[in-house]
Write a protein that binds this ligand. Structure first.
Ligand code: AMP
Ligand code: MG
Length: 335
């Protein structure tokens, strides 16, 4: 009898072990002009389905894809009704409202004029900026009933680059949920969705790179690591896409209120939220708002947490972490 019990306990142990250390698959590839890496607990790769889902996001939101819904909207051509585009448009409107217009997908003409968009140019003069600023404002656009967007001016264009990567992560996460995958980390160009447990720990370890100018994220070294799960994480920074002209630095986040690259103390903003499209959009907005106004938005939206890196009054880098995120920060490196 004792022998039987032991055997039973032994097999239960094996079952538990197998349950606790499932097989993880990692798929890698390229999308939206960047790379993706998706790690998930499954017995076989789902990469074909993942790429199909990402292709749908691309044909909805990529301004570099001439056949996309957003390209049709920007060229004033009839656009197909598309639920992905509509979802992102509605969420973009919500973040625009909550950030007092700091996040605004109608910045496209100004982003292009500064040379950071889907049309090339560099450093407009102030009269160009003044005339382009009149085209900016999310209140000037609305969803059309049969698909596409109604604009107050045909020169208005949309840029969803600050929300589409996050949305792509949400879509892949939704696909993995539909497939019954319980644990995953979806990463597209640094924006991340996590669920369940990682291969080694109860949570997923997410590294946040040090904001260093011109250094690719992979070489920059870690500023901090977050141990999190069941949430999305997105980071924006002014240290990767920028250029110098006449001794001045121009970074790729545009302040829609001035029509110029945002200039404030913020070096990078990492946002943790239930969904990655929102995390992505708020991270961009925080770069525009700077540390004080970003913290005010965080106070008014309890679903958001953040890790902000900014230059203090003494010129030295500072890290600020939301109260509820503090116990998830595993390591803080040198700024
Ligand atoms: P992200 O890397 O997510 O912060 O997105 C930055 C990109 O979003 C830029 O390269 C622009 O294409 C676009 N963008 C710049 N400023 C804004 C803004 N204020 N609101 C929305 N999108 C923006
Ligand atoms: Mg963003």
């Amino acid at each position: 009898m004792a022998f039987l019990l032991l055997l039973a306990a032994g097999s239960a142990y094996i079952v538990l072990e197998n349950h606790e250390t499932p097989h993880y698959v990692t798929d890698r590839g390229a999308v939206f002009g960047t790379t993706y890496r998706i790690t998930y607990a499954a017995s076989a790769s789902l990469q074909t389905e993942i790429e199909e889902r990402l292709a749908r996001v691309d044909s909805s939101l990529s301004p570099f894809n001439p056949a996309s819904v957003i390209s049709a909207v920007n060229r004033n051509r009839p656009a197909a009704a598309d639920s992905m585009f509509a979802r992102v448009f509605v969420l973009a409107g919500e973040v625009w409202r909550q950030t007092g217009g700091a996040f605004d997908i109608t910045v496209a003409p100004i982003v292009n004029a500064w040379g950071f968009g889907f049309e090339k140019a560099a450093a407009p003069d102030s009269s160009d900026i003044d005339s382009l600023r009149r085209l900016i404002g999310f209140q000037k656009v609305r969803l059309a009933a049969g698909g596409g967007v109604v604009k107050d001016d045909p020169r208005i264009m949309l840029d969803c680059s600050a929300i589409a990567k996050g949305y792509g992560c949400d879509e892949v996460a939704r696909l993995l949920d539909e497939k019954g995958v319980g644990s995953y980390m979806v990463e597209i160009g640094g924006e991340i969705v996590t669920k369940g447990r990682g291969p080694e720990h109860a949570e997923w370890n997410i590294g946040i790179s040090r904001p260093e100018e011109g250094v690719p994220a992979s070489d920059a070294g870690l500023l901090a690591a977050l141990a999190v799960t069941d949430c999305a994480i997105a980071t924006s920074g002014n240290y990767r896409r920028f250029y110098y002209k006449d001794g001045r630095k121009y970074a790729h986040t545009i302040d829609p209120r001035t029509g110029r690259p945002a200039e404030n103390a913020m070096l990078s903003a990492t946002v943790v939220a239930p969904g990655c499209a929102a995390a992505d959009a708020f991270a961009t907005a925080f770069m525009v708002l700077g540390p004080d106004s970003a913290q005010a938005v965080l106070r008014s939206n309890p679903k958001l947490q953040a890790l902000l890196v900014y230059t203090g009054d003494d010129g030295k880098p500072r890290i600020w972490v939301s109260e509820r995120l503090k116990n998830k920060v595993r390591q803080i490196g040198k700024t």
